[in-house]
Design a protein around this ligand. Sequence first.
Ligand code: HEC
Length: 226
Amino acid sequence: MTKTTINMKKAIHISIVIIASLAMVSCFDSNSPNYQYMNNMYEPVGYETYGEYEIFENEMEAKLPAEGSIPRGWMPYEYENSTAGLEQARAELKMTLPVTEEHLERGEELYEIYCAVCHGTKGDGQGILMQREKFLGIPSYADPGRNITEGSIYHVQMYGLNSMGSYASQTNELERWQITQHVMNLMAALKGEPALELSSDSEGEAEVAGDMTEGEAETVETEETN
Ligand code: HEC
């Protein structure tokens, strides 16, 4: 064997090693999972949430809730989101929540948070957004043409009305009735009528209020910090 053939062999060996390692490095993609040995140590036996599986109708594990499902803590509301629905609620929908100091106070607090920017602290339709002309056409609760009732106050919180939005996702049933009590009192004050009479039945009160929040996921209670 001559010296040159040895060098040739060496060169071939070296280049094989270089090519092989290049090939291995270039196939490695850091974005995809590496080889898995014993893959049932990594893959769950159950279906993964939002996973894709052929066994499902649209190959998706995630499904829409069955028709007619009701989310926890949400009460079905029987009036339609339409002018007819509003008029029906205005005439028929009655408040079952007894009037108490506590509900009125909480109602006022919530009203200041959600409603006063437009309707004004007094309910005369002169909220800050109205004064700055960001919003127009906000009525006074005393507007005689409107005939606002407890039912209509609740209804517009559920669905909103034209440029007023819905508050159904920010407030629960109890809170909407607490706000309604406060609005009823604002309206009475504007009209010079007597305020809502406090209810004397405190036992029934706790029951109704409890029913309205039953089944709801626990929320952070602001009162606890007091
Ligand atoms: C972005 C401004 C805005 C906010 C915030 C707002 N409203 Fe209104 N609200 C309006 C406007 C505008 C109307 C008149 C809608 C129409 O008739 O076209 C209205 C109408 C009403 C009416 C009259 C309904 C009827 O019977 O005709 C009531 C009651 C009412 N709002 C209560 C509330 C309550 C309670 C809140 C807070 C939870 C609230 N609004 C928050 C703008 C607002």
